[in-house]
Design a protein around this ligand. Structure first.
Ligand SMILES: Nc1nc2c(ncn2[C@@H]2O[C@H](COP(=O)(O)OP(=O)(O)OP(=O)(O)O)[C@@H](O)[C@H]2O)c(=O)[nH]1
Ligand SMILES: [Mg+2]
Length: 301
């Protein structure tokens, strides 16, 4: 029987999720240049290529931590509801930074598609992205879009069926981290009968001290004690909270992916534009040119 797909738009604040949602839904959810515009989720049903889908616009979130109330709405939605396809909306002009969150989302093991939005902005900054290479590295479809102009939305829906659970991109974990994660994973496996998420993901999040996971997953006293001991051990050896250690590793992995797929070029025309900007917007020279323009206008009129 045909099952309607539930598609969640997830990504960092200001990446263009609501703009994409509006284009899909044909109505106006609130968008603005301020991060944190969407604070609750909106749902719409769309019919594309004869199939009905449910699309959910989630508040922006920088990580799976959930520091802000709006971020928590997004994370809880992802963790509690059945999502068939996770559409990770990324600001292509801030690719290096955005890939960190993409790597976190990949750990959820939900079929995924990456939308590289703001391609116009990336182009303006001279960032050239090798889409095919990024697809190969991430192991999921990557669709370039310019949501404000409705570009790429048809292609996104065409690729829905190609969404797949990403393979894990391993972080360069130290032996100690690996051992502690494995230990917690083994104990969790014995105690948790059913989990929507990979047990290893849960183990890692407990070790990181992730608040959202701690609120959602009930673990007994023994596991809690074990996690606390592991956290203390890592803190002692690395001199940092396990969360910070793992965050740094994810940051390095994201950066190395960025370096493999992106090039920053400044065309000659762009160079000229930047030089002109520098002169015309100069704190002192700028006023001189402004006065000159007024004088020219004055004599012309
Ligand atoms: N240049 C350009 N601007 C875009 C594009 N897509 C969205 N924007 C603009 O980016 C800003 C943020 O867009 P939103 O859709 O509100 O972003 P969001 O991801 O929903 O933000 P939060 O709800 O805060 O998470 C708006 O001013 C949009 O008009 C795009 O492809 N290109
Ligand atoms: Mg929004």
């Amino acid at each position: 029987m045909y099952k309607r797909k539930r598609i969640a738009l997830v990504g960092q604040p200001n990446s263009g999720k609501s703009t994409l949602f509006n284009q899909i839904a044909g109505f106006r959810a609130r968008t603005s240049n301020l991060p944190g515009t969407t604070v609750d989720f909106s749902i719409t049903t769309v019919k594309m290529a004869g199939e009905e889908h449910e699309v959910i616009d989630l508040p922006g979130t920088y990580s799976l931590e959930g520091m802000e109330p709006a971020e928590r709405v997004a994370i809880r939605y992802l963790l509690e509801r059945e999502v068939d396809v996770l559409v990770n909306v990324v600001d292509a002009s801030l690719l290096a930074r955005s890939l960190e969150f993409t790597l976190s989302l990949m750990e959820l093991k939900i079929p995924m598609i990456v939308v590289l939005n703001m391609m116009d902005e990336a182009e303006r900054k001279g960032i050239v992205i090798d889409i095919q290479k990024l697809e190969e590295i991430l192991g999921v479809p990557v669709v370039p879009t310019v949501a404000v102009h409705g570009k790429g939305i048809k292609e996104l829906f065409e690729k829905l069926d190609d969404a797949r659970v990403p393979e894990e991109i391993p972080l360069q974990l130290s032996r100690l981290l690996r051992e502690e994660i494995n230990k917690i994973t083994e104990v969790l496996k014995e105690r948790i009968e059913f989990s929507k998420f990979p047990i290893r993901f849960l183990a890692m999040k407990l070790l990181e001290g992730n608040t959202s996971i701690n609120e959602l997953v009930e673990v007994d006293k023994d596991v809690r004690r074990m996690v606390d001991q592991a956290r203390a051990k890592i803190m002692e050896v690395a001199g940092k909270d396990p969360h910070d250690v793992i965050h740094t590793l994810r940051h390095h992995t994201a950066l190395s992916i960025f370096e493999k797929v992106a090039q920053v070029k400044r065309g000659r025309r762009k160079e000229l534009e930047y030089k002109l900007d520098d002169i015309l917007l100069h704190p002192v020279l700028g006023y001189f040119f402004l006065t000159l323009v007024f004088l020219v206008l004055f004599f012309l009129v």
